[in-house]
Design a protein around this ligand. Structure first.
Ligand code: PLP
Length: 539
């Protein structure tokens, strides 16, 4: 009975979302051919390039007229359609109605995540009922089947919820703008890349060719010599960290892991899983590792090999540890190359940094050993995923042949998500270097816009030079925190500006922050060395 009653309500609420989807699909269809060719060209030219200058040159070709002092090949934000003749060409088929939004890479905006529209997040009573535990429970007998609503109604309510939540999301580093409609037919396959990406197993329903292509792309981006690297598509940045640190532990079973206190918990988890001794080094106010304390700690333990996790963007403050300074320190301490391993945790920022002007180079031309990046962060992907890349010689140590697979075991997971590899490949192919660069430009510029707005309004906030993570005082209203899905740590919160965050939404956010401050007051530092106290000390 509940089934039929709910159907009536569903029909009523369904129409608006399906027409939005239909519009978005239309936009997608018309843009495909142009951007594909452009993405290809940029991708190929990058693969051919060996060093920094060349990567930048290849991207500059496409954005000759663009430049700002901070981001490589930046775009005129006030007039994004006028960036350069070549960029203009690729935009000709864009949905013009979106040209006012800050990130005009509308080809990836499947349902309007990057538009100024903010979908009302208060669900109807009906939708709320559909999502209650008693509605979504899995029935165990026929009697229970009678009492539960139709799955279509549940899914429709869920779609509404996700649209609302995605349209007002500021706190986590996820690029919500993408369109993988063209890949929908592949969801009918059980694509599994079990085993090693470079050693085919007997299971034929895989996407290894795409996975290897993704690895090649990142190896080029981070300047690895052909044949010197190994990598795979992971389930997330966390798995990349678990893998990189496992390689380090295999290399140096008696090594000590050094990492900053502001490191993502996955690195400490790796230390726990692998029973490694881990030294958590205090940080400077803006979140970088305290280099002097690190130096002293290494000096005090110089009889043991050094395993270093270098943060290429910390989770909360977006702080980038200075790799060059760390390398100089190791030299000063006379630690030879065969006594240290460096893993770079670049979950969000390892894909941004190559496109930020004046950013120091983080690449395998320097004595680092592995990098992990998330795929669903800067690039954007409907399922969490990532990439782990390392020097080949480290992986050789780990490798075990498995008869059952007819492949080798080199990865953390056994069965591996072949869809994710396909999605990453597709996104990289479609965007190309120019598309990623555009997104990075948008993030850095828009983060500065937010920082300026917060300052203008007298709120405490900070933004690291190389980052799009704006740290601010924690609002006093939990409802506001929930509505904007802010990530908080004690007395601070942060906004990670991603391609789907528009200036319009920022204006709305700041307006709500000010209303909140008027109504509830402003938070005071919770203790003498709390995150907010540090935010107030000079960086
Ligand atoms: C610095 C850093 N490292 C690792 C991770 C873990 O990445 P994932 O969520 O993809 O597992 C995160 C996630 O936010 C992060 O910020």
């Amino acid at each position: 009975m509940i089934r039929s009653a709910s159907l009536l309500v569903r029909r009523f609420s369904q129409s608006s979302s399906s027409s939005r989807l239909a519009n978005a699909t239309k936009t997608w269809g018309s843009t495909t051919a142009n951007s594909f060719v452009k993405g290809q060209a940029a991708f190929k030219s990058t693969l051919a390039d060996e060093d920094d200058e060349d990567i930048l040159a290849s991207t500059e070709q496409a954005t000759e007229a663009d430049s700002t002092s901070t981001v490589v090949g930046a775009i005129d934000d006030d007039n994004p359609m006028e960036s350069s003749s070549k960029t203009k060409q690729s935009m000709e088929t864009f949905d013009r109605s979106k040209s006012g939004t800050a990130s005009p890479w509308a080809v990836f905006d499947a349902w309007g995540a990057g538009s100024d529209e903010m979908v009302n997040s208060s669900l109807s009573d009906f939708d709320q009922t559909m999502l209650r535990p008693e509605s979504v429970k899995i029935p165990l007998d026929e009697k229970e089947v009678e009492d539960i609503p139709d799955e279509k109604d549940i899914l429709h309510a869920y779609d509404h919820l996700l649209q609302a939540k995605s349209s007002v999301h500021f706190g986590y580093p996820y690029n919500l703008m993408f369109d993988f409609t063209e890949l929908t037919p592949f969801l009918k396959y059980s694509i599994n890349n079990l085993g090693d990406p470079f050693v085919p197993s007997n299971y034929g329903v895989h996407s290894r060719q795409f996975e290897v292509s993704v690895i090649d792309f990142f190896a080029n981006l981070w300047k690895m010599e052909p044949d010197s690297y190994w990598g795979y598509v992971t389930t997330s940045g966390t798995e990349g960290n678990l893998h990189g640190i496992l390689l380090a532990r295999e290399q140096f079973p008696d090594g000590i892991l050094y990492t900053s206190q502001e490191t993502h918990y996955s690195v400490f988890k790796a230390a726990r899983y692998y029973r490694m001794e881990c030294k958590s080094i205090p940080t400077l106010p803006m979140g970088e590792i305290d280099y002097d304390i690190l130096q002293q700690a290494i000096q005090d333990n110089r009889d043991r090999p050094v395993i270093l996790n270098v943060n290429i963007g910390t989770t909360v403050k977006g702080a980038v540890d200075n790799l060059d300074r760390i390398l100089r320190m190791l030299k000063q301490l006379d630690i030879p190359r065969e006594r240290f391993y460096i893993h770079c945790d670049g979950a969000l920022f390892a894909l941004m940094m190559p496109f930020v002007e004046f950013a120091p180079e983080v690449s395998f031309r320097k004595p680092i050993d592995s990098i992990a990046v998330s795929g669903h962060k800067m690039l954007g992907c409907p399922m969490p995923c990532g990439v782990a890349l390392s020097r080949k010689e480290h992986v050789n140590k780990l490798e075990q042949h498995i008869d059952y697979l007819n492949s080798v075991d080199t990865t953390i997971m056994g069965s591996r998500n072949g869809q994710a590899a396909l999605y990453l490949w597709y996104s990289l192919r479609k965007k190309g270097i120019n598309g990623i660069k555009r997104d990075v430009v948008h993030c850095i510029d828009t983060a500065r816009y937010l920082q300026d707005k917060l300052k203008e309004n007298g709120l405490t906030s900070r933004l690291n030079d190389l980052s799009s993570t704006v740290v601010l005082e924690r609002p006093m209203d939990e409802e506001l925190i929930k509505r904007w899905q802010l990530a908080c740590e004690e007395d601070i919160a942060h906004v990670v500006v991603m391609p789907n965050v528009t200036k319009y939404k920022i204006d709305m956010f700041v307006k709500e922050l000010m209303e909140c401050a008027d109504k509830h007051g402003r938070i005071q530092p919770l203790r003498p060395d709390s995150p907010l106290t540090k935010l107030n000390t000079p960086w």
